[in-house]
Design a protein around this ligand. Sequence first.
Ligand code: ZN
Length: 561
Amino acid sequence: MKFSQMPYARPEFEETNAKLVSLLKKFKEAASADECFAAFKEFDEYFEQVDSMFTIARIRHTLDTTDEFYDKEKDYMDEVYPELEEVSQDFTQALLDSPFRKDMEAKWGALMFVNAEIERKTFRPEIVPDLQKENKLSSEYSKLIASGRIEFDGKVLTLEEMGPYYEDPDRAVRKAATEAMSAWFMEHAQKFDSLFDDLVKTRTAIAKKLGHETFTQVGYYRMQRNCYDKEMVEKFREGVVKYIVPITQRLIEEQAKRIGVGAGKMMIYDTDFMFPDGNAKPVGTPDDIFAHGKKLYHELSPETAEFIDFMLENDLFDVLTRPGKAAGGYCDSIPLHKSPFVFANFNGTSGDIDVLTHEVGHAFADYLARDTYPSDLRSYPMETAEVHSMSMEFLTWNWMEGFFGEQTKKYYYSHLANALIFIPYGTMVDEFQHHIYEKPEMGAKERNDLWLELERKYRPWLDMGGVPFYEEGRRWQDQGHIYEDPFYYIDYCLAQIVALSFWAQSRKDHGAAWAKYRRFVGFAGTKTFVDLVKDSDLPSPFVSDNLKIVADAAVEWLDKQ
Ligand code: ZN
């Protein structure tokens, strides 16, 4: 079914809740393992229907944030979703307490129950009002970002549409664009501060009601961290500082020389500009890009061929930028129609190709898992999901010429270098949040100072170039995850290490790397991230020496270019 034809009807709270309560009752009253399986299925399927409606509304809202109908649906959903949480959590509890738990574990595996235990720790009925407030604040942030309009180059542009100017070959243009963006953020600085302040307070209140001193552990539970903890993340951080930061520093120095700004003279507005004659840009129109994307997935494997045809035939991509469309890019899934959906904002940079590789990596994984049952095993924590997407970016390298033509070599270089350069930034975003939630009483200035301190630890080469947004330590306010999805970020860094090892293997033997990847993705949510990495014989990111091995392989390749 085409996305536009998927019917939407608001799941009214009273009716939905009553139905779920009755299905829960049936599950609790099951008198045999078979009855238990059947009742489980009924609940699971009904909940998926409801979830699919919410997903459709959420997607349509991001396609046009000014559409009043879906704006109202989104608001309704923000109100209702937390209220449904109670029956959903009761179901989770009933699952854990079920006299047939052993039978279910034998049928579906124990991980589902480990995850259920974790989920139980994120909820108590008394936090519902706080969850509603949190949703509302997080929606306000996303609306504020989407409302951003910047007068530049004789046009009125969205924040997304400013993207290409940050990598303009003319340094004066890059600087002016960065300053224009900064001015918009500074104009709304107080709002960004107060929204975040409220979010931190709300989340801390939630944590306290759940019996925790701070929000950190709740954040971990929400991210369904079932195989690593804060201490392991600290180990990863140590590896980043020890091995990745120095390598990145060297790559940045080379970049400074290459683009002619001179060593030690890299300004914040130079970082996106990698080559003196400009960064690699996709050649051709969005239609050309999609035509080549189709060819790529047809050649990669029979399964990816079937998948890409399904996506294209059902209009499951929306990639062109329009005013009012939400910022960013994502892949979501509508279980009822077994359909992934890819959302993006094309802006003429190489980021457009990431949509066809990164987001498509997510979509392919969702597509492969579409019949996995129960639905719990169909979903996976974000670090696993990001391995799917980031590795796909590398496993499609052989087809990049069709997107970049003569600029392909530049694309390879910046893709790989940026993968490394990203890791310290991502780790900083994560460490920032740990400090924030450990000390929730921090004021706006203290938070910004903390950010600047972390900049010096992870990106010591960076000169803020007198741009107020950066000089004041406000860069994090443009990082949506910090507002909307706390503690979702280290996932990218962990996944990048795994993706880089898929890259290294694919350089030697693409067929073997693809087979390993296909196997990894095929497990969907049936194994933890740590187990997936171990079972696939991939280097664990929690061992700091592995970071050195992975990064050295990439640097060796970069040095030869
Ligand atoms: Zn992703």
